[in-house]
Design a protein. Sequence first.
Lengths: 87, 575
Amino acid sequence: MPIQSHTIQNTTGFHARPARQFAEAASSFPCAIRVCKGAKCVNGKSILGMLTLGAKHLDVLVIEAEGEMAEEALDKLGRIVNQVFVE
Amino acid sequence: MNAATTLSLSGLPASPGIALGRAVILQPAPDNRSAGPAGTPKEEDARLTAALFQAALDLRILCNQTRERLGAAKAEIFDVHLSFLSDPELVGRARSLIAESGRSASAALAEASQAFVDIMEQSGDDTLVSRATDLRDVTHRLQLLLNGGSATVRQFDSDVIIIAQDLTPSDTAQLDLVHVRGFVTVAGSLNSHSAILARALRLPAIVGLADALAAIPADAPLILDGATGMLTLHPLPKQVAEARRRQAVQLAEEAELARFSKMPSRTADGHHLALAANIGRLEEVPPALAQGAEGIGLYRSEFSYLDRPALPTEDELFHLYRQALEQMTPHPVIIRTLDIGGDKELPGLNLPREENPFLGVRGLRLCLSQEELFRTQLRALLRASSHGHLKIMLPMVAVAAEVRLARRWLEEERIRVEAVGYPVARDIQLGIMIEIPAAALMADQMAREVDFFSIGTNDLAQYTMAADRMNGRLAHLQAAHHPAILQLIKLTVDAARRHGKWVGLCGEMGSDPRALPLLDGLELDEISLHAAAIVRTRAALSRMNHAANVRLAAHCLTLGSAEEVAAAVAAATLA
């Protein structure tokens, strides 16, 4: 199962806007997406799940994708985590 | 007003302005969760689907209206609400409660939503707690639809002040702005969504007023002062008259000042003096732009180094600087390199304690002694330089050799950064702070080494007078308008002129209205001050005459004390 880990670059953490963009992008792929911060894991297609991870600047997120188009999904989602959002 | 007693209550000042009106108590509409028996799972599931669909339509309309009225940034919260409606965990959980436990759509939704609200509210993270308000807002909207109601906007026929436990973003965005003059909430912080929207709407507001619902009866006449957070219940006629008078004055002043946020900074006789903003964090860039800053005159870069477990990486600094530069484009951003001393802790560096840190290894001295730390910051600055108009400023410079060494490192890092393939701007100006008297006295030599000067009047005064800024017993020696300081400013400006360089000023003196005629008269090119003072300073400048200020400054340079300077400025301003 493809896995990637990323460090949050956005200085204000992974708040509403990045979480929404992430969940929307994840929902556009057929594969299942799981995102973990430490021992806590959530459905990557759920904005509420992503928000409740409470990921802060420089936290590490591990993204797992299983199923069709898993590699493409990881590629796209990794870019969103690395993106810096202008407030 | 019968025998009702006048009473004052105080809360957090969320949005400035004075409002008068009668109280309207906004009760949280009961969810009316249908207690009746649930239909078949299939029926309940269909009801949930219909409610989700209708809520999405309503939210799209609200989102568009908010975008037109307040701009895209303020409308974005409703995009978040929309994505809650399609959240697979929330909706999935509700659907499985209907299918497996035979719940009504309403009960299933309440349970699924509450699980997330609990996690968010117990997180201890302020941002997440305010997202819980958003989720409640969306859930409430769905419950109204499921139970046959609709979220309607309340209309009023006279001026009112809304009193509520809390206002959700939908409540705030749907206020009847013709008659709602302000609002008071029991909950909320200065950064809660309703407070931010109130400021954007220019609606006076108080939040965090604990007694609001208990103490204020419906229809009670109120005066709300959003600048102080004071609410007056059953005001006396003379208080009403006074509030109306202040309201009129404020409206007139606001209208007058607002003009200046978009105008050039000029004296009445047409002399331009640029007004830029001092900032310490990226979040301060948008307010600086809103106040009409002509640039960032001082970006204190210390903040990204302090109170954290590890030093910032080059990438991290690069992202930060790049965002600031992009947001300010085309205006310049002067980033001051790390300016701290032995009185601060830097993670992992174990800086030695010093007997006298303000005369110790601080500012550029510290950077030159921590080569890798400084080179990392220089690389981040160079990489960011192609994303806007960057100028670099070195703090705490005493002698020219320090500047030459810093410039050599900067050029070496430029070669390294370009070799890796990052574009670097060709024309990055390098300047220094003038805050050590030696640098001012040697300004002629310094001007050969740099592209600009920025006078830091707080430290310049402290070092010139040998009077600790923090020592209250020496307050009489800390006046930046003392002729000794004015002489040093004059020396600096004259030297810069001879070499075709420009001079700014970035101390507290820059926002002191009494100092403005002197600073303009000393022929500075730019003043950098806190953003909130820009519009007021620009308005004051527009009423001044540059030629008269030049004469006033020349006169003040000949005086013998700070008191005489203050008297001369006061006399000239009144004349």
